[in-house]
Design a protein around this ligand. Structure first.
Ligand SMILES: [Zn+2]
Length: 245
């Protein structure tokens, strides 16, 4: 094949791969908690996608009695037993929820999101959600009520499916650490800017990233300002895109 022809074929194939008939438009839902009279409440959600545990964050939460909702995957649960023990020793602080079995995006058509391959079919989305819940049940945790998919982006049809399984879907209103890739200073600034009703997302599985230090600084700044922290179970979460209603 001549070079031009080859190139043309490659372009045609890649266009086909992203054509609307194949790749669905994804949504990144938001979540807020209901404001309360005289309130100043925020919900801290931390994802444990895989990898290890950021003990800087875990220790700071315990020492400062900051409640958090932790979204764990089956993969993370398997390799972080000591951290799970600490969380279970403080049931008043930690609520563990479903981040999927294998950290596969809950998108039911084949595509990539931030370089991660989607579940790719309704059956695979179902398997991801159910295996995440099973992994929590096996460790003796209460049945999860919330689900957050890897990358926090979804196809609308996957959202409908997950709701039918009985889970609320946890969006967020403040992206605290930019997927744990931001510097400490920017992470602290974003988290410290949270207002009444905000739901913060950050990561607790990247102990070597600078962002983790910023998570701690941001949370301590919020606490110093007098804001209180609630877990998703203890607040009325209001999400868009049909994620909670
Ligand atoms: Zn994740």
């Amino acid at each position: 094949m001549r070079l031009f022809q080859k190139l043309f074929c490659t372009i045609a194939i890649s266009l086909w791969a992203v054509s609307p008939g194949n790749a669905q438009l994804l949504v990144a839902p938001t979540l807020h908690i209901k404001a309360e009279a005289g309130g100043g409440r925020v919900a801290l959600t931390l994802d444990a996608c895989g990898g290890r545990t950021d003990t800087r964050i875990l220790s700071a939460l315990v020492e400062n009695k900051i409640p958090a909702t932790i979204f764990v995957t089956g993969i993370w649960l398997k390799h972080n037993a000591p951290a799970v023990e600490i969380m279970r020793a403080h049931p008043e602080l930690f609520e563990l929820e479903n981040h999927g079995g294998r950290h596969v995006p809950a998108v039911d058509t084949p595509q990539r999101i931030y370089g991660i391959r989607s579940a790719g079919s309704p059956q695979a989305v179902l398997a991801e959600v159910e295996s995440g819940a099973t992994a929590l049940a096996v460790t003796g945790e209460p049945a999860p009520k919330w689900f957050r998919g890897a990358t926090a982006e979804y196809s609308p049809s996957a959202i409908a499916m997950i709701r039918k399984l009985g889970f609320k879907i946890a969006g967020f209103s403040i992206n605290g650490d930019g997927g744990s890739l931001l510097g400490a200073k920017e992470t602290a600034r974003r988290i410290a800017a949270a207002k009444d009703g905000d739901v913060i997302i950050a990561h607790i599985n990247q102990p070597t990233h600078a962002a983790g230090e910023g998570v701690v600084q941001g949370l301590l700044a919020l606490k110093a300002k007098g804001l209180t922290f609630v877990r998703l179970d203890d607040a009325d979460g209001i999400g868009d895109e049909g994620t909670t209603d």
